[in-house]
Ligand binder design. Structure first.
Ligand code: SF4
Length: 680
């Protein structure tokens, strides 16, 4: 940026308006939406610019952003304003005009805030993080920033593999941000107001905030050149070697968004979004979200219905999306849908369930949600054969999908959306064939049960990318040539015109694979890719892999060493210093079980696999929610009052021999239920 530094409290709105005369979709840069919160910036204790590093269209309705915006602004002494990565035309104009990145509430320069908070979701937004910093006039490398620059914080799922962006981000907040972020903003605001130098502020955060990872306080070690990562060493004795991920255990105590911002430019989700629960203990072995958000936390039906009523009154929306990783696992799903139906159907307000998990019992759900728009029903089986189901540990059977689809067709649905994944370790040709054949069967089923036409079945096929904190984190990913071959083969196999196969771009998946397990050595390559024009990599039309490959080569990086290489069991991983979700031992054992085609059951009732999340906390939540019930097969006995593990129950002798049951500290193997069912 060649902008002269503007005053931190001076609105840039006039200059923004001038720039908007030259760009498409100018409304996205003007702010002023319904329900925004504008505070007088002077005299506040701390101010944060919350950034979703993609366009307004993608980021504005992001639930995490809306939640943090509401929670920070609930405090009178703090303010949160929003910003997004400007599209190419606007970015070019801003560079020409010397207009720095601004927020949408008061059109203030982002560089004048105490904190820039970035939501890190996918690897493909990393170049946008650099673009955002550059447009804000903030040096890309943390070590080049001065006391005048904001502290750059990152949260979201990308914060669980932080090393790849550790040179650009000052502080990571892995886990839930609701309870940690407001206090951290206040702390930073206080320190800056007192004139404490930047390096000291960062050191104090590392020392005092147990959920904050301050990357500059640690020195990484590597083998030569493209050799393995060897670990991190704290630079100071008072900085912890391991950093905890924050987890909101009392979920009902955290406020929900009752007055969401209503976008007045195009947005990918333009409705009310209600997070009905957080976490997933199904244990799918490829799924990072499911592993890092353990244990399960639930909203009550009353809280959800009340919030929905308030949000409808505050926005005028006529549709509600119930979000979670697996909505069918919400313990009171039928009650919730029945209540929503009774309340909202007469007002023509629809309810959507995008992440419904199919089970035999849920086959009657479509009939219950008569107020759901019948445009499409979505299922994510991921695989279509029993062998791969055992490998990934996701047990959505074809028969259950067929049963649910049949019920849906009879209720008037005409379209089904399916999500599958290819490139999973252990995959064979029969697994790919099964996806195409099952989509065909599902499409023809409508003809059979309704005597009408075939259903439109849209199949999105992604490519497996190994991520941090999953059992497959040690595995290599499929190379691009194989990806293309498999995709072509499946396309050729499909003869049903009502079945549409859509594949993720192999080049984008490969870049994801390079970055998802990256470390600090990639930083110069990322800077070089940005310098060569990389941004909006998640947008297929803007993405050029060659630009990245040239940039990485220019700094001596071998991308295959990151994406394709299988890691050794004992190799240090660039997220080992984060204490969140299941333990490394548990994940390795899960990987071994995948290779032996052994499934791990869902943790229901008192069944616990001792994953590394403290069982005492996990069961305390279940107890408080009234969800503890005696199961036939158990490994641990849980005290119903305290939620602590107190002993063995219902375990056969062989398993009992190897089980130690500390309470409530860390627990080790075995993590499995006995193979035979013990008598109660
Ligand atoms: S602590 Fe036990 S019950 Fe809770 S998520 Fe982990 S394995 Fe499942």
């Amino acid at each position: 940026m060649n902008a002269s530094t503007p005053d931190r409290y001076t609105s840039l709105l006039d200059a923004v308006r001038v720039a908007c005369d030259h760009v498409q979709n100018p409304a996205q840069y003007l702010g002023g939406e319904f329900n925004i919160i504008r505070k007088e910036p002077r005299g506040l204790r701390g101010r944060i610019a919350l950034c979703y590093p993609d366009t307004y269209e993608v980021g504005t309705s992001h639930n995490g952003l809306q939640v943090l915006y509401a929670i920070v602004n609930q405090r009178e002494d703090l303010a949160a304003e929003r910003c997004f990565t400007p599209w190419h035309d606007m970015a070019d104009r801003m560079r020409v005009d010397g207009l720095p990145l601004f927020t949408l509430e008061n059109h203030l320069p982002v560089s004048g805030f105490d904190v820039l908070g970035i939501t890190l979701q996918t690897e493909l937004t990393i170049s946008n993080v650099l673009e955002t910093l550059d447009l804000a006039g903030i040096p890309l490398y943390g070590h080049e920033r001065t006391d005048a620059h904001p502290i750059v914080i990152a949260g979201g799922h990308g914060a669980h593999s932080p090393e790849v962006v550790a040179e650009f981000i000052d502080v990571f907040l892995p886990g839930d941000g609701e309870e940690t972020l407001p206090d951290l903003v206040a702390f930073i605001g206080d320190q800056r107001a007192a004139g404490v130098p930047r390096e000291e502020i960062l050191h104090a955060i590392a020392r005092n905030h147990e959920f904050a990872y301050v990357s500059s306080m640690y020195t990484p070690e590597f083998d030569d050149d493209n050799g393995p990562f060897r670990g991190l060493t704290p630079r100071f004795d008072d900085v912890p070697a391991r950093i905890k991920g924050a987890s909101v255990f009392d979920f009902s105590s955290v406020a929900m968004v009752e007055e969401p911002v209503v976008p007045h430019a195009r947005s990918v989700h333009d409705n009310i979004s209600l997070e009905i629960m957080r976490g997933c203990t199904r244990g799918c072995r490829f799924c990072q979200a499911g592993m890092i958000t353990r244990p399960m936390r639930y909203r009550t039906v009353e809280q959800l219905v009340e919030t929905a009523e308030k949000a409808i009154a505050a926005t005028g929306y006529d549709s509600i999306t119930l979000t979670s990783l697996s909505s069918g696992d919400y313990p009171w799903i039928e009650e919730l849908l029945a209540e929503m139906h009774t309340r909202f159907s007469p007002r023509n307000i629809s309810v959507m369930l995008p992440s419904l998990r199919v089970t035999g019992e849920l086959a009657n759900l479509p009939g219950m949600v008569k107020n759901v728009r019948k445009s499409g029903l979505t299922f994510a089986p991921e695989v279509a054969t029993d062998r791969l189901r055992a490998i990934i540990n996701k047990d959505i059977k074809n028969a259950d999908v067929l049963k649910s689809a049949e019920a849906a067709y009879l209720e008037g649905w005409t379209k089904i959306k399916l999500y599958y994944m290819i490139g999973i370790p252990g995959e064979m040709e029969e697994d790919l064939r099964a996806i195409v054949e099952f989509a065909d069967e599902l499409s023809k089923l409508r003809q059979k049960v309704t005597n009408k036409g075939r259903a439109q079945v849209n199949v999105t096929v992604s490519t497996f990318v190994p991520k941090a904190f999953v059992p497959f984190q040690w595995d290599g990913m499929m190379d691009r040539h194989t990806m293309r071959e498999k995709q072509r083969w499946m396309r050729d196999l499909n003869r049903n015109k009502a079945v549409k196969l859509k594949f993720h771009d192999p080049d984008q998946s490969y870049l994801e694979g390079i970055l998802s397990r990256g470390d600090r050595r990639l930083a110069p390559g990322i800077v070089e890719a940005h310098r060569r024009g990389a941004r909006f990599d998640a947008w297929r039309e803007k993405f050029h892999l060659q630009r990245w490959l040239d940039a990485l080569e220019s700094v001596g990086i071998d991308p295959d060493a990151y994406a394709l290489r299988e890691r050794d069991k004992d190799e240090a991983l660039p997220w080992d210093h984060l204490d969140i979700g299941p333990s490394r031992d548990y994940l390795w054992e899960e990987r071994e079980r995948a290779r032996k085609l052994i499934k791990t059951d869902y943790c229901v009732g008192k069944v616990c696999h001792v994953c590394g999340v403290p069982p005492s906390l996990c069961f305390a939540i279940k107890r408080d929610m009234g969800l503890l019930k005696t199961e036939k097969r158990r490994i641990l006995e849980i005290d119903d009052d305290t939620g602590a593990t107190v002993g063995l129950a219902g375990v056969d002798t062989a398993a009992a021999k190897t089980l130690s049951v500390p309470s409530p500290g860390p627990v080790r193997a075995p993590r499995r239920q006995p193979s035979s069912e013990p008598a109660e």
